[in-house]
Design a protein around this ligand. Structure first.
Ligand code: ATP
Ligand code: MG
Length: 255
């Protein structure tokens, strides 16, 4: 479904993604992991058209999409969530999702967008009534809203940037189960970014590991988890220091 070859992204003299190649098969859940700042979101930004690659090719169902505008990519069937949710606070939960559906499906019809919103909200377990406010949503609720918005666009491939969730263990497990349900029941292929290996390993078919913008390991979860290079990258990263590094990465990225 997706074939990425030699993907590179430089910001000035800094190389955030360095010559990364990978494939995603139809119906698969691929886990994308790596420490803070290793280039995971930057890859998603290139796959979804938010960033133009410095070099490389992205074939989606056989067609080159590298450098295409985000609306073309989303209309073509690649949906995404954002790591940092930013809903429209003056719109209800339902309106946020219907709006994503309307634009994401190429502005065909409001009725179709509303139907897509209802289905997406039911799938993630958020209220489908038209007036429920976004303001009461906690971290887990906002993640579900992100997921519902992406689903309402009708993706064939879903890019789920779920890292830094601020979720507790139970909520993490729920999020993992939800992604599996989306694949199993809707047949949507998924790339899931998360830097806590334990949660992700339970659900994914395959894992790819990034470090400093380079792919350092790829394969079945069990093999990757015992790969010495992967263990080395993850050693000594306790929760506090990775949160601090994440905050720094966000500050540098200006978001
Ligand atoms: N627009 C930008 N301009 C400059 N540097 C950027 C930009 N976007 C990302 N970077 C840098 O590129 C590197 C990779 O960032 P990226 O956001 O892809 O990391 P990540 O793997 O998603 O990390 P995290 O786990 O913290 O979300 C970081 O050093 C980041 O500061
Ligand atoms: Mg990120």
């Amino acid at each position: 479904m997706l074939t990425v070859e030699g993907l590179v992204k430089r910001f000035g003299g800094f190389t955030a993604v360095n010559n990364v190649s990978f494939r995603v098969e139809q119906g698969e859940i691929l886990g994308l992991i790596g420490p803070n700042g290793s280039g995971k979101s930057t890859i998603f930004n290139m796959l979804s058209g938010t960033l133009i690659p410095t070099a490389g090719s992205i074939l989606f169902n056989g067609a080159e999409i590298a450098g295409h505008a985000p609306h073309r990519i989303i209309n073509g069937g690649i949906g995404r969530t954002f790591q940092i949710p930013r809903p429209f606070h003056r719109l209800s939960i339902f309106e946020n999702v219907a709006l994503a559906g309307y634009y994401g499906q190429g502005r065909h019809s409001r009725a179709r967008a509303d139907e897509a919103a209802e289905r997406a909200l039911a799938m993630v377990g958020l209220p489908t009534d038209r007036h429920a406010s976004v303001d009461g949503l906690g971290a887990a609720g906002l993640k579900k809203l992100e997921l519902a918005k992406a689903l309402a666009t009708g993706p064939k491939l879903l890019l789920a940037d779920e890292s830094l969730g601020g979720l507790d263990e139970h909520e993490m497990d729920q999020a993992a189960d939800m992604l599996r349900k989306i694949r199993d029941e809707l047949g949507i292929t998924i790339i899931w970014v998360e830097h806590i290996m334990g949660v992700l390993m339970r659900v994914v078919d395959r894992v790819m590991v990034l470090d400093h913008g380079e792919k350092i390991s790829e394969g079945l979860p069990s093999a990757v988890a015992s790969d010495p290079r992967v263990i080395e990258v993850y050693l000594g990263t306790d929760a506090d220091s990775s949160q601090a590094a994440a905050a720094e990465a966000r500050r540098k990225a200006g978001v």
